[in-house]
Design a protein around this ligand. Sequence first.
Ligand code: HEM
Length: 153
Amino acid sequence: MLFWIHLVATGLFLGATAGIALFTVPRAARETTAVEKRASLVRTFRVYDPLAIALLGVMVMTGAWSVTGFKQSLGADYASFAEHLAWKLALAFLVVMSGTWVTFGIGHRLVRQQEWDEPVDEAKMSGLLARLRGAAWTTVLLTIATIVVAARR
Ligand code: HEM
């Protein structure tokens, strides 16, 4: 059961983050003014931010709870579990860092700026979209790398 929750949360996180790169950024880029671009991003981030943070929490917690069962499955060789999981956990750590960059570093700041009616910087908007696209793709690739390493152990 834990294992399935771990996998489903991972799949949802991967899909939602790929959606940011594939749909949210291009949709915002098609808007004419920077004000419209920010409003378009904020519509998605209001939903994506709490969802992604919750999913990352579920991924980490169900992963941590699976460690005991995983050790059991290794039997007498249980002490080698760190060897099996080391790369996987290093990558999972990077997924959390990069996912936090998208949600808090970029998304949540935009939501706050919109809520506080802060002026939108026209000149900085295209840089922000490029950064967001890069951050979302980085998170997607790191998540895929973690899945591949986890599946090969
Ligand atoms: C945050 C990104 C993470 C991703 C994308 C991820 C992905 C996966 C995947 C795809 C599997 C299935 C591997 C298989 O085919 O057997 C798996 C298994 C596992 N993961 Fe994670 N995981 C993440 C985080 C964590 C964390 C933080 C921990 C521990 C603290 C963890 C511990 C485990 C364990 C112990 C298993 C093996 C479970 C078993 O075989 O019963 N994972 N993970």
